[in-house]
Structures are given as C-alpha cells and as structure tokens.
Design a protein around this ligand. Sequence first.
Ligand code: ZN
Length: 217
Amino acid sequence: MHHKTKTALVILTATVMLAVILSRPPVWTRLSEAVEKVTQPGKPDLLPVTRIVFPVRNATISTIFLDPKYFDGTYGAALKGQWHTGWDLNWGTGDQDLGRPVYCVGGGVVVFAGQGAGQSWGNIVVVKHNIGGKTRWTRYAHLQDIQCKVGQTLQAGQQLGTIGKGYHNKWVAHLHFDIFQEKPLTWSHWPGGNKTAVLQYYIDPQQFFTTLKAVQP
Ligand SMILES: [Zn+2]
C-alpha cells in the first residue's frame, strides 16, 4: 500500500470513529431512554389519569410557584435570586412532618427513584402520567425513604415515600413537589434564576390541582 493511501485510510478511519462517538447520546439520555421504553403510549401504565389527590394529607403550602419571597431571600440567603418551581409543603412546621407519607397524585409509572444530583435534592421520585392525553411528570423531592421502583405503576393516593430533609439533612423536613409539562434534560433539573426555563418546563401546582379537582389522599 502506498504511503499516501495509508495516510488517507488512517484519516478516514479516525473521522468515522469520531463521528460515531459524537453521534452517541450522553449517558444520562441513554438511561432515560431505557426508562422511556417501559412507558410507551398505549401501555396500561399510561391510562389517562381519572383522579387526582394532593401529595401530602392536609398539608400547609409554605412556598408557592415562583414565590417572590423565595426569590428575594426571605427563605434563606442561599436561595436568593432563584425561582421556585413548584410547592414546598410543611416547611414552616419544623420537623414534625418527618417520615409522614408522600402520595402519588395520580395514576402513572415511576420513571426515576433515587438520589438527585448535587447537594440539595436528596431522594427524588418522578412519576410519568397521561393527563387529558398530555404527558406530565410529577416530582417528589427531599424524601426520607423511597417506597417505589422505576417501572412500577402507581395509583392516585398510593404511598411512594416519606417526607425527609434532603441531602444530608440540609433542610427542615418538607416535601418539594413540582410538575413538568415538558421533559427536562435531567430529573434533577433546577433552573435557578432562569424564569423562562421555569415557565417552559413547569406547571403551577395551584392551577394543576384546581383544574383537576384534587382531593385529600
Ligand atoms: Zn422547594
């Protein structure tokens, strides 16, 4: 083989290999795709949601969607300048709610159950639902215990975990709950000060529960 031909062959091979590597989705995308395979439309786990309950029984809503007090630093300097993506339940009641049940708000399938990324979330569960023909994901965070598994079908009001204090007991016991209207890049998604991202990915739980006539679990 001529030297020139050999060089060309090496360059071609390297180019092809690089193209293959670059075209592969990152690990987290592949993992979430694996999860998606068990939750394809038409499967019983995505039957339309017919009943909606609140995630905690008789809870106090401590922090609301896009809460201005969260943003302005009232709830702690570390949170200042960040937009809250959903509800915090029972934050203002100390740790007396620690270990209380957290319920799945509607029928669906668990797509994530485990430790969230970073040093805040602690345990997270995400459930995928078919609500009025649209896909929605509910997220339950800072859990003390997780009582469900990925791929498991849950009914409205079925316990999926308990109220906890987040990563290394960082917070006063409370449930952080939010709803994705669009699939985020990761299940630990947190938009921080990016309000546009909050409005793109999340739904106001107040609007969600009112529209769907939620009842106590
Ligand atoms: Zn929160």
